[in-house]
Ligand binder design. Structure first.
Ligand SMILES: [Fe+2]
Length: 275
């Protein structure tokens, strides 16, 4: 049995630079919670999406065939991406780095350049490259997947129980049953404190793209939630807001900016120590 948080972001914010330290914090938190892996599904339109993978390859060995970065003690980091689509909602794509590169090239324009494909184009491209695609946070206000048209959602591989939308699992479950889709779960963490508040539990012996996708498609996934999830979401949200404010202040000219920059560094230190 393997427990995997299938929705994490390596960056605190789409506009922030990537810091490998954040992934090490995710791993440390995950191990404390008894997780065996996480999927790193940064937004494709985040600043320098491919730079994240270049940095990860310097940090971890990547097994191309399995589509996983090898963390310490058998911990696995699945490669993936969150793809925003024209209808105003988001999909979670899991695939090897090669499949993700092929996806970036298979759409009318690269999503890493900000292109948002319509749902049908996105699904067709994911199928062409052989990836796995799930509907993210189905009922989040403003990002409702229903905007796509409910019957068309049956083209997905799964629907997601999302860590930020902790009151909506029953509605997602009912919709998945109606559509004949399996479910999976992820935290939607951008910060270590939120990692693992939802995890997908799969009866598999090894974490690979193929084993995870096929177990979910076969309806073998269950989702485990941590009771402190809502608190972790609040803490992580507050940290993100503070960090964004500090970063904006640090960009200002003058002495105040320099002191704010030091404050950001201090904030990161505190976060690191608190994990
Ligand atoms: Fe997300």
């Amino acid at each position: 049995m393997k427990r995997i948080d299938l929705h994490t972001h390596a960056k605190l914010s789409k506009t922030f630079p990537f810091a490998p330290r954040a992934v090490w914090q995710f791993i440390a938190r995950s191990k404390r919670l008894g997780l065996d892996g996480v999927a790193l599904v940064e937004h494709l339109h985040a600043v320098d999406y491919w730079g994240i993978h270049e940095a990860l390859r310097r940090e971890f060995r990547y097994r191309d065939a399995d589509g996983v970065y090898e963390g310490p003690d058998g911990f696995r980091l699945l490669s993936g991406a969150e793809l925003s689509i024209l209808e105003g909602c988001d999909l979670i794509v899991l695939g090897t780095v090669r499949q993700l590169q092929a996806l970036d090239a298979a759409l009318a324009e690269p999503p890493t350049g900000g292109y948002r494909p319509p749902f049908d184009e996105a699904i067709a491209a994911v199928r062409r490259v052989g990836g796995f695609v799930a509907g993210a946070h189905m009922f989040r206000p403003g990002k409702e997947l229903a905007k796509v048209g409910l019957p068309r959602l049956a083209a997905l591989d799964a629907l997601e129980f999302n860590g930020k939308d902790f009151t909506m699992d029953d509605r997602v479950s009912a919709e998945a049953t109606r559509l004949g889709l399996p479910i999976m779960g992820g935290s939607d963490a951008h910060f270590w404190a939120q990692v693992g508040i939802k995890a997908t539990v799969l009866p598999i012996g090894e974490i690979t793209q193929a084993s995870v996708a096929s177990a979910i498609r076969d309806g073998l996934a269950s989702v485990a939630s941590q009771p402190y999830g809502p608190l972790a979401v609040q803490i992580s949200g507050a940290y993100k807001r503070i960090a964004k404010t500090q970063r904006a202040r640090a960009a200002l000219p003058g002495a105040h900016a320099r002191s704010s920059s030091r404050a950001v560094a201090g904030l990161s230190e505190v976060a690191g120590q608190a994990r």
